[in-house]
Design a protein around this ligand. Structure first.
Ligand code: BES
Ligand code: MN
Ligand code: ZN
Length: 496
């Protein structure tokens, strides 16, 4: 992770310098702070360069000066416009992207207080992420180098304090991005579960269930998906007791919140096999489980005052001589029977049994699941919003708000009896697909049949778990969508 430091402002004698200037500087306001100092050292050369470039501090404007003073490799001057809130984070991300080739840089942001500086640091850290485990022949000059960013501030202690919890969240985001980026030959359900065991070092209680325990719990829906694969399924339970741990013994513990992730480590479609083109994308069909793991790491890392449980349903969906067939009827842990019309609608089968386990064991105050559940949600919302389904208006509104605050946007979709009818089966309690119309909605209706009236929200992240282009704080690849969103939901509503 990009190393972050906060220090008193002083012109650096070597390396790179980033100057973030607001709208109207220079122009309405003269250069100030380190920019003014550098300008003096350059005999007015900085002001002249900015004038010549037409730089006015507008958002998106930037000017690079190469080696403008002895020792300095470059000065990046970047406009921040009328930066506030999330804009600071984007400014930090843009600076980190522009300075990727520099090993170290000092950044000064005019008008940024301690909170804003922490946000700039967070943006830079998030944008600097890269998964390069399997690049062995890349030339050093082609690799991004930025390893340390120092932010200039007179309030270093306050900025450090503001950044500490953000750093824990960034670590959670990176854990998720690492997991989701791994290919499916490496990250099998068992290996995923093993990596989760490593989270015990953060203070999480980690339990792993295998097929034997699953059989005992009657998880026929999940096991039906797993039965075609040589890689055994796992159910991981991650517990963070940040609220009850602080209270004395005998204090009545509040019900925990549960976060549940679809973790299909590879989705071939099973016997209802997917077409070859693009099938490699299905290595990230475990992004929901990946996000829940990262979220739990974030909550533990920042010692959140909440009792939270993360549940990960980990399976591989393969075609083989032992795979389930279209038309098979399976019995879920809840007792409800399901006719498996299409073996590619496997995520809902996995979640059905994990929901039941979560409710029976933890009686949650509410539960949120994350799942790359349907291609239909991509058709509906593209890659800009996750689909949000909920049986509780307050929970839905809170998730939408947390999404706006973190840039992980959600769009509420309907649930209704009429859609539920599409799941009627001639042989079992339901079938696992409802036809093409409203495919993301009928998938959510299927899930709703397993929530026993509990407060619940479902996030269909099929369109947002992976990005094919660099975005502000999210480099191309695994986005870790859901980690920041649900961390924010907890911070805003579950810690008081
Ligand atoms: N994992 C897929 C959904 C998906 C598709 C995620 C594209 C990301 C990108 C899911 O298991 C699936 O195959 N869904 C089917 C359901 C259908 C058979 C009812 C789909 O969306 O086509
Ligand atoms: Mn599928
Ligand atoms: Zn799937």
């Amino acid at each position: 992770m990009l190393e972050i430091a906060f220090a008193k402002p002083a012109l650096p004698k070597a390396g790179a310098l980033a100057l973030l200037l607001p709208e109207g500087m220079p122009g309405e306001a003269p250069l100030a702070g380190l920019a003014a100092q550098l300008d003096a050292a350059m005999q007015g050369g900085l002001a002249r360069a900015l004038e010549a470039a037409g730089f006015k501090g507008r958002k998106g404007q930037s000017v690079t000066l190469w080696a403008p003073a002895p020792g300095l490799t470059r000065v990046l001057v970047q406009g921040t416009g009328k930066a506030e809130g999330a804009e600071w984070e984007k400014a930090g991300a843009a600076a980190a992207a522009a300075l990727a080739a520099e090993p170290a840089a000092l950044l000064a942001a005019e008008g940024a207080d301690a909170t804003a500086l922490a946000a700039i640091a967070m943006g830079a850290v998030l944008r600097r992420y890269r998964f390069d485990r399997y690049r062995t022949t890349e030339k050093p000059e082609d690799k991004p180098k930025l390893a340390k960013l120092t932010l200039a501030t007179a309030e270093a202690a306050a900025a450090r304090a503001a950044f500490a919890p953000m750093k824990a969240v960034a670590e959670g985001v990176f854990l998720t991005r690492d997991l989701v980026s791994e290919p499916a030959n490496v990250l099998t359900p068992a290996v995923f579960a093993e990596r989760c065991l490593g989270l015990a070092k953060l203070g999480l209680e980690v339990e792993v269930l295998g097929p034997k325990e699953m059989k005992k719990h009657g998880m026929g829906a999940l096991l039906g998906v797993a039965q075609g694969s040589a890689n055994e399924p796992r159910l991981v339970v991650l517990r963070w007791n940040g609220a009850s741990a602080g209270k004395g013994r005998g204090a009545k513990a509040e019900k925990p919140v549960c976060f549940i992730g679809k973790g299909v480590t590879f989705d071939t479609g099973g016997i209802s096999i997917k077409p070859a083109a693009g099938m490699e994308d299905m290595k990230w069909d475990m992004a929901g489980a990946g996000a829940v793991a990262g979220l739990m790491a974030a909550l533990a890392g920042r010692r959140a005052k909440v009792d939270a449980v993360g549940l990960l349903g980990l399976v591989e969906n393969m075609p083989s001589g032992t795979a389930q067939r279209p038309g098979d009827v399976v019995k879920s842990a809840s007792g409800q029977t399901i006719e498996v019309i299409n073996t590619d609608a496997e995520g809902r089968l996995v979640l059905a049994d994990v929901f039941h386990y979560a409710i029976e064991r933890f009686d949650p105050q509410f539960m949120v699941d994350l799942a790359t559940l349907t291609g239909a949600i991509i058709i509906a919302l593209g890659h800009e919003h996750a689909g949000l389904f909920s049986n509780d208006d307050e929970l839905a509104a809170r998730i939408e708000a947390a999404g706006r605050a973190t840039g992980e946007l959600c769009w509420r979709m309907p649930l209704a009896e009429a859609y539920d009818k599409q799941l009627k089966s001639d042989i079992a309690d339901m079938k696992n697909v409802g036809g093409r119309p409203g495919g993301a909605i009928t998938a959510a209706q299927f899930l709703q049949r397993f929530v026993q009236g509990k407060r619940w929200a479902h996030l269909d992240i099929a369109g947002t778990a992976w990005s094919s282009k660099d975005r502000d704080t999210v480099p191309k690849g695994a986005t870790a969508f859901g980690v920041r969103l649900l961390d924010r939901l907890v911070a805003d509503h579950c810690e008081g």
